[in-house]
Design a binder for this molecule. Sequence first.
Ligand code: SF4
Length: 659
Amino acid sequence: MSEPREETKSICPLCAVGCSVRYDKATGRARGWPGAPVNEGGELCPKGIAAFDVFDDAERLTHPLMRRNGDLEPVSWNEAYDRIEREFGEIVADHGPDALAFLGAPHCTNEENYLFGKLARSLGTNNVDNRARLCHDSTMSAMEERLGSGGMTNSLADLAEAGAFLVIGSNPADQQPVAFDSYVRPAVNAGAQLIHVDPRANATTRLADTHVAPRPGTDALVVALLVKTILDEGLVDEEFVADRTEGFAAFAASVDEMDTETLARRAGVDPTAIQEAARAFGEAERAAVVAGTGVEGDGPDDSATADALLNLLLLTGNLGKRGAGMNLFRGLNNEQGACDAGALPHRLPGGRPVTDPAARAQVADVWGFEPPAEPGPTELDLVREFGAGIQAAFVLGENPAVTKLDRQGVARGLRSLEFLVVQDVTHTETTAHADVVLPAAVWSEKAGTVTNLDRQVQRMRVLESPPGSARSDLEILCALGERLVGDGFEYDGPQEVFDELAAVNPQYAGMSYEGIGMSSQRWPFPDGADEGTDILHREEFMTGERRAPFVTIPTAEPADEGTEEENELVLLTGSRSGDIAMTTMGSEVGTHDDTLAIHPVDADARGVADGDRVVVESQDGRVELVAERSQGVRRGIVFVNAGVADPLLGAGRTRVRIS
Ligand code: SF4
């Protein structure tokens, strides 16, 4: 009788759903894991299966590199560490610790993000941030301010009990397929209503009862229209409003003044679809919002859509109960965990403000020193200061040369830094500017925890050895911490780091690495509790208050709305079914789809036929794509796959011309 094959269990790194996988090293085959915390039935989507292709990546960095006479040359780890210790020491001595910047990565583990934040603060600065900020900044700010937490309010499993879904700024059927197919689709098949707000019809729309296709950038108006209809038709949960909200009278008065016809015209939506959607959401006993990055505003302060969605949930009593809530469908696998672990310039582990003296004192009890009280700049502001206020940067698993806004400005900034360290798994556009490059392990070569979109902490395990002398980010950060700081960075692996994170982060206080084991633990998990909390805000909001406030949504017309008459089209990005365009620690694991979807009327106006190669230009860049005429995108916009669209993206809404 043959021995059963040995399989190692880990977590898929390709999106924030956090499916469990089991990997057979002998065959290189990945499968789902039946009975797993998220993909209970053992499903994996094609992206998850392809995550294992990374093992064959021939482009991996295998040795530390240091720039000498203009070229990056292989050096020993000690030589690389010596140089970093010397350069960082001199820059702190000459300019102070706030001349350093630490750019972390939401695909690194909780322990790595925690150590990255601790390293920055040990050196005396809060100049540490990660890319999750770019994806959900304004939504998290609105939720933190009004509810006391930016975390998804409910669990994926209890979404199956929703009677209505409002999916907005998100295409979960393509982007979070296992979550959509396991929890949303069964509920809809059992009779729940699905309202999809998206300028482009896609795989999620195919299941929708109502499709609202607004002009890009007008989601807040759509939600305001839903709110007005719910008020007008008496679908308000009066008991919830009286018991759990504040500011209703002023809010209702502001909604009453809204001119429905004008707003619908500006948003370009059909009033009948709005009425249908409002009734479906307002009449359901349990209704849930599923929101993606598309609800982000044009800047960090533009939280109008998120605020409007919170108003809708408060008005209909859909917070603090099953099958309801504000459910943030995040993209990258550990966006939630990177923030939980404190890789943020304004928040300590557990989401507590750095300005809170009690939080700093609690952290100081564990760290032995108090972190700085002044919030650091955001990642974008740090990058803008490269070569000015910032003299040295430590970039962990990120590629700001192509992933940040204003590409030429970022390249200039990278060139003007006195010293740049990049830790990554392959060469990137950013390593081209580096003074020292440190070769890191990919997700499958290291252990640690990650936190998925519904706040479940799970363990990743080592499936393969890193190539050459590449090391895990955790190992490198511990070694650098000992060099740059001294005490406080001696850990015997991720479990010890996780234990310390749980001691510092009150939301993780009751968790343990062993307790997570093959399963998961969900925050908030207070010390002494038997388990974590599925549904937030049940009795009181995480602000500590029983009531959450309504917020008036500005609906005045901005000066620059409307583009058609300028012969420009608004660029919309996302992913199509079957795309595998995400990166795993810098390694591509799929193909790019280089089509441009354009409405036939817009295509005719430009003489574009199906299959034509077209040049697409924005003020930030230019790409050549293949045209695909589609009724699935509304007039005035074009759709391009995320990643392929990168060269075109600039600050705010991107408009393009086609020739
Ligand atoms: Fe991986 Fe996300 Fe697909 Fe699950 S849904 S297998 S986590 S890519």
